[in-house]
Design a protein around this ligand. Structure first.
Ligand SMILES: [Zn+2]
Length: 230
């Protein structure tokens, strides 16, 4: 059970379907294992529906009814095509499920169609011996999505952030001055965070990080690593 959760604002945006791919998938991974946040999202969804119900009526143009009827006819005419398309999408889902069911069954569901293997078999890129990364295939214009792996007992160079970094712990655990983070924990770091995360000794720590700007290393070794952390 997670001790650190996304901010209410982020959960509201999730409920309203306003998050980008990278942040949306990350939030969905946290929600899969967090009943507390699931409950909030359901409330926000309901609240969104209620707000639509009570919004004050507006003046309606005289031809609005005929336009609405025309739109409904149009929708009925295209309905058949739409259902064929969704059937194709369903079979594609089944295809992905089958293809990937062996390799990555232990990953959170929202990641299974994007990540072909479980953590051990992913083609990690070495930034150094202590830290490796795997680029997730759903970065978007605003956000970069990656897995980071901090080797057991190792710590990242001290760094701060130009923008926001949302981190979800996937396996293992790490600590910095602000806390001790375990699987399911969701942490936000920004320009005011100046930290040096250290993985616990028992196992490698794997995190799902979504950043809107590259990390900015501040220590000596950190500055040497900066060119690799783009
Ligand atoms: Zn939560």
């Amino acid at each position: 059970m997670a001790n650190y959760h996304p901010a209410d604002e982020l959960l509201m945006q999730f409920a309203a379907g306003q998050l980008t791919n990278a942040l949306g998938i990350q939030a969905a991974c946290h929600l899969e294992s967090c009943s507390q946040c699931q409950h909030k999202v359901r409330l926000y969804e309901q609240l969104g529906g209620d707000l639509i119900d009570i919004s004050s009526p507006v003046d309606v143009a005289p031809d609005a009814k005929s336009k609405l009827l025309a739109a409904l006819h149009q929708q009925q005419a295209t309905g058949e095509r739409a259902s064929i398309k969704s059937a194709a999408e369903l079979s594609l889902d089944a295809f992905y499920e089958e293809q990937l069911s062996q390799a990555n069954q232990r990953l959170p569901k929202p990641l299974r169609r994007f990540v072909p293997e479980y953590y051990d078999n992913l083609p990690w890129k070495g930034l150094s011996k202590s830290i490796q990364s795997y680029d997730l295939p759903f970065s978007d214009e605003q956000y970069t999505a990656r897995f980071y792996k901090i080797a057991a007992g190792k710590e990242l160079p001290q760094h701060t952030h130009n923008g926001n970094e949302f981190t979800l712990v996937m396996s293992g655990s790490f600590a910095d001055l602000s806390g001790d983070y375990h699987p399911g924990d969701f942490v936000l770091a920004d320009h005011s965070t100046h930290h040096q995360p250290k993985a616990h000794d028992k196992e490698d720590c794997i995190c799902f990080a979504v950043t809107d700007a590259p990390l900015k290393m501040t220590g000596f070794f950190g500055r040497m690593l900066n060119p690799f952390l783009r």
